[in-house]
Design a protein around this ligand. Structure first.
Ligand code: PRP
Ligand code: URA
Length: 209
């Protein structure tokens, strides 16, 4: 079973409260999502391996540590996942980016795939699928299915807010995938919205409603 990691750092929790607030405007919402994504990138890369290199300081030579050249890939689920992309790229600028376009049919709540473009070497990379919301889990499961069909094997998931129903669904469908969230909320409502959640992430990021 993949692990669920709740990133409970005080800065993440503080900013998430303002992201949730219905009074927060589009500009501030976008900036806060970007900042929280950076902070979560710090958590999700905690176990990335290091290697030792010689470095000459102004005073002496020493053994320094650098990332061991592990290749990473970021997979935002369009469109709301794009809101977290730049914040993660600030910390991991060498990562390549693949896009998976999915939207949730408002009647059936089933994900509809409309676009996929992945780096050519995607199967060699450790991938982080990013999306602010993990609600029923349908979109996350479909995005991970797309990646696995292309031969990808090392996949993590990063969400701002998850519902217990979505976490369970992803863990059952993809038990090899660890999930990193800033908050695990209470439940889904009858329309598949996370309660208390933050509303519609795409609309709040892009001002479309
Ligand atoms: C939202 C969100 C997830 C999905 C989560 O996207 O960004 O992708 O819903 O719901 P699920 O876990 O029940 O699948 P939406 O379908 O609204 O598309 P958008 O990002 O284009 O607004
Ligand atoms: N998608 C969203 O944007 N918000 C929710 O609460 C559920 C799915």
């Amino acid at each position: 079973m993949g692990k669920l990691v709740v990133c409970d750092h005080p800065l993440i929790q503080h900013k998430l409260t303002f992201i949730r607030d219905v009074q927060t405007n589009t500009k501030d919402f976008r900036e806060l999502v970007d900042e929280v994504a950076s902070l979560m990138a710090y958590e999700i890369t905690r176990e990335v391996p290091l290697e030792t290199v010689k470095v000459q300081t102004p005073v002496a030579e020493m053994d320094g540590k650098v990332l061991a050249g592990r290749m990473l890939g970021l997979i935002p689920i369009l469109r709301a996942g794009l809101g977290m992309l730049d914040g993660i790229l600030k910390l991991i600028p060498a990562a390549k980016v693949g896009h998976v376009g999915l939207f949730r049919d408002p009647e059936t709540l089933q994900p509809v795939e409309y676009y996929t473009k992945l780096p050519t070497d995607v199967t060699e990379r450790e991938l982080i699928v990013i999306d602010p919301m993990l609600a029923t889990g349908g979109s996350a499961i479909a995005a991970i299915d797309v990646l696995k069909k292309r031969g990808c094997t090392q996949i993590k998931m990063m969400n701002l807010i998850a519902a217990p129903e979505g976490v369970k669904a992803v863990q059952e469908a993809h038990p090899d995938v660890d999930i990193y969230v800033a908050a695990l909320d209470e439940k889904l409502d009858n329309h598949g919205y996370i309660v208390p959640g933050l509303g519609d992430a795409g609309d709040r990021l892009y001002g479309t409603k």
